[in-house]
Design a binder for this molecule. Structure first.
Ligand SMILES: Nc1ncnc2c1ncn2[C@@H]1O[C@H](COP(=O)(O)OP(=O)(O)OP(=O)(O)O)[C@@H](O)[C@H]1O
Ligand SMILES: [Mg+2]
Length: 389
């Protein structure tokens, strides 16, 4: 039966997910706060709403009567999802998972206090006084993040006491939603970080993808690779933690679960997104037999996933805008980038630029056993050849 899927958020991840479900014959309505968003290029219908308005959300849900609601972003009125579930609409992965992960507090307290997972030590603060108390408890260096934010927005590191006020200021002004509270986290001096893509299925067991390594700058991902180097012991620990948190949050779909790995201190749970993960774009390189979007599509639709197999070594590197412009950019250098074997480029088609906005991604893959460093270099080289004009 043809299903109507309401996709909340219409970025590059939603675009690939939409292509995956449309290949199975379903219908997608793309929703975002601006017109011409990447997913809207591949759907038949679209809605432009205030993503933080519960009334707008109720209105389009009533209008389109979707069978399934698939959130692509965090900053939406997820508390309404419980009601949609009661109306018989499926929320992916579940109303509870979407609601808990939109706010760092809910997910962190669940992971640390309820499930006992190892995380960085943390405190919350609503005022500058509470902030100073929190800093006294956590110590410097530390990391400050608004409770509702993503892609590093409003996030900063405090390395010395001079940076305290600035950190408070940017956390307050860059928060996505109007939750004026921050989390102060102990700075973890990790050796590497990974995303463990995980699929929970309606009619099958939980599946783990080979771990993805990544590197972040300004709180945003710059490059990722698969497989990431990790000891069997640390991988088992990360999988155990993932199993605990996804079981508690309930539901079906793909999850991007982020961990810090320290040779000295072991595995730290950092956060998770109950949806395809940006670092997981590396799966579009052909590194595994299913992309993360194909996996999400199958899990959302209740279709079988026989096995996830690592087939090649893969890497991704982002293509960023150099500056701000309200006009749709053009892209130069695709011909040079694509002349290298094993390279693929995806341009998202965003209608405007901001400095450091992610506009596309370069993908590199080669046979298993090819050193990751070689592929990372190839992906970065290809990304550098594409110029956003
Ligand atoms: N406690 C910490 N210690 C050290 N580094 C950290 C800590 N918290 C975050 N980071 C670094 O900042 C990055 C972004 O942090 P986090 O994932 O919490 O924020 P985010 O805004 O949700 O990012 P995204 O939405 O891109 O996943 C992490 O991937 C890591 O590199
Ligand atoms: Mg993150």
């Amino acid at each position: 039966m043809k299903k109507t899927i309401l996709l909340l958020g219409s970025g590059e991840l939603g675009k690939e997910f939409t292509i995956a479900v449309k290949r199975y014959g379903h219908r997608v309505i793309a929703v975002d706060s601006y017109d011409g968003a990447p997913t809207m290029q591949v759907t038949n219908e679209r809605e432009v709403i205030d993503m933080l308005s519960g009334d707008d959300l109720d209105r389009i849900v009533a209008k389109h009567k979707p069978d399934i609601i698939v959130p692509e972003i965090e900053a939406i009125r997820t508390e309404r999802f419980y009601d949609y579930e009661k109306q018989g609409i499926e929320v992916i992965p579940s109303a509870r998972a979407a609601n808990f992960t939109m706010n760092r507090k809910a997910i962190r307290d669940l992971a640390s206090k309820e499930l006992g997972l190892k995380t960085a030590r943390y405190e919350y603060a609503k005022t500058i006084e509470e902030f100073r108390d929190a800093l006294a408890k956590i110590g410097i260096p530390c990391v400050v993040k608004p409770l509702v934010s993503s892609s590093g927005k409003g996030q900063s590191y405090i390395r010395n006491a001079n940076e305290i006020e600035h950190a408070w200021e940017i956390a307050m002004t860059k928060s996505r939603a109007k939750v004026n509270e921050v989390i102060v986290e102990e700075f973890i001096s990790f050796d590497s970080e990974i995303t463990l893509l995980t699929v929970t299925q309606r009619n099958g067991e939980t599946l783990f993808c080979p771990p993805i390594g990544h590197r972040q700058e300004r709180g945003d991902y710059m490059e990722s690779w698969q497989p990431a180097e990790i000891s069997a012991k640390h991988l088992a620990e990360a999988q155990r933690m993932t199993g605990a948190v996804t079981k508690s949050l309930t539901g079906f779909g793909i999850w991007g679960v982020e961990f810090f790995l320290s040779n000295k201190d072991g595995v730290y749970f950092s956060e998770l997104s109950p949806r395809p993960h940006d670092t997981g774009m590396v799966t579009m390189s052909g590194s595994q037999n299913f992309t993360e979007f194909d996996l999400h599509a199958r899990a959302v639709l209740g279709l079988p996933i026989p096995a996830i197999i690592l087939e090649r070594t893969g890497a991704s590197a982002v293509i960023l805008a150099p500056d701000e412009s309200p006009k749709e950019p053009s892209y130069e250098g695709l011909d040079q980038a694509l002349s290298v074997p094993g390279i693929e480029i995806r341009i998202f088609g965003k209608p405007a630029t901001r400095k450091y906005r992610r506009m596309g991604v370069a993908l590199a893959s080669d046979k298993l056993g090819t050193p990751i460093t070689v592929l990372r270099d190839r992906a970065k080289e290809a990304a550098a050849k594409v110029r956003v004009m």
